[in-house]
Design a protein around this ligand. Structure first.
Ligand code: MRU
Length: 343
């Protein structure tokens, strides 16, 4: 599996996800502006991967600063963080990673700028390493929920591509499969950006895990036909009351799961849990350009030009629809989120 995000020779390298599945191309980002556009344009996407990339973006920006006094350096780092924070509002991992990077500067105020620059690189690499470890651990925590022969429905891409590797929802599937269980995945295509069709289907096929692609509107029928044993999705932000923001369409899956008595699980590392946000209604929801809905690939028009479009990139699933949240610390109920993850 090609790594999603890499720090190499003083640049940030990304697998350009906007080109998948047609082409697996690496993109070199040489400055903060390139990292910010890659995040905004979904060349790298998925909450944990955005966090790792932003952290590397700070390390990258820090390298090119020539300030030799720490307070000027710090002012520039704060501006870099603001630039990266403005890319996408919903995934809390972005802000979590930037906060960690700022803390490195704060805690090393007595060091030289050169020393802080190298500590920022080390921190970004630590964030990447820890994300991979959290995904593997939560995969283990969730694997027991999947029995041999089970079919899992997922929405969007919460896989290796959306993280530093291994994945969250797909990490659970991967761990079950590594335990020797036969697992079949139904992947919702995930309109309008098609992360399910383009990325989840590609990633699972690369790994030899059986996957069936369906359009989002087919999820109800496959559930009624008894083809789904459980749903597992990722998250962009989980509020203190257990409400879950994730890719637009997740809420519909959760309601359908409830109607068909199918368990609905959310898999996420603790870096996605934001107990400072009381409930889902406090989570900022990104709205993206209308052309994602009116065109295919920004090219072929599939709607009349000039039509009004509403394109929220995420929705909030109320906690009452969530059977459990699979984290690296164990599977918790939405009601346990605030206590388990109190800062
Ligand atoms: O707009 P995207 O592709 O960044 O949205 C991604 C999702 O909604 C994922 O499900 C979520 O970030 C979890 S990824 C482990």
């Amino acid at each position: 599996m090609i790594p999603t995000v890499e720090w190499k020779e003083g640049s940030v390298w990304l697998l350009d996800q906007s080109r998948l599945p047609g082409r697996a191309e690496l993109l070199e980002c040489k400055d903060v502006a390139a990292v910010a556009s890659a995040i905004q344009e979904l060349k790298v996407r998925g909450a944990p991967a955005i966090g790792v990339t932003a952290a590397m973006g700070v390390a990258l920006g820090a390298q090119s600063l020539s300030a030799d006094d720490v307070s000027t350096f710090k002012r520039h780092i704060w501006a870099i963080c603001d630039q990266l924070a403005a890319t996408r509002p919903t995934a809390v991992n972005l802000f979590w990673a930037l906060t960690r990077m700022k803390k490195v500067v704060e805690e090393n105020r007595d060091c030289t700028v050169a020393e802080i620059q190298s500590r920022l690189v080390r921190e970004a690499l630590a964030i990447q390493r820890e994300d991979l470890a959290m995904c593997k651990a939560l995969g283990q925590q969730g694997a027991g929920l999947i029995k041999d022969g089970h079919s899992v429905l997922t929405h969007c891409n919460a896989g290796a591509l959306a993280t530093a590797g291994y994945g969250t929802a797909l990490g659970v599937v991967r761990a079950a499969s590594e335990q020797g269980k036969q697992v079949h995945v139904f992947a919702n295509e995930t309109r309008p950006v098609l992360q399910g069709a383009r990325l989840t289907a590609w990633e699972l096929m690369e790994d030899g895990i059986p996957v069936t692609l369906i359009t989002d509107s087919m999820a109800a029928v496959v559930m009624r036909q008894g083809k789904i044993d459980l749903c597992v999705v990722g998250a962009d932000r989980i509020a203190a009351n257990g409400d879950v923001a994730n890719k637009i369409g997740t809420y519909a899956v959760a309601v359908l799961a409830k109607a068909h008595n199918v368990p609905f699980y959310v898999a996420a590392p603790s870096s996605t849990i934001d107990v400072s946000t009381p409930s889902g209604s406090d989570i900022p929801i990104e709205e993206r350009p209308g052309h994602e809905v009116t065109t295919m690939n920004g090219e072929t028009w599939i709607a009349p030009k000039g039509v009004a479009v509403f394109n929220p990139a995420f929705d909030v699933t109320p906690a009452k629809y969530v059977t459990g949240i699979i984290t690296e610390q164990g599977v918790v109920s939405p009601e346990q989120v605030a206590d388990t993850f109190a800062n």
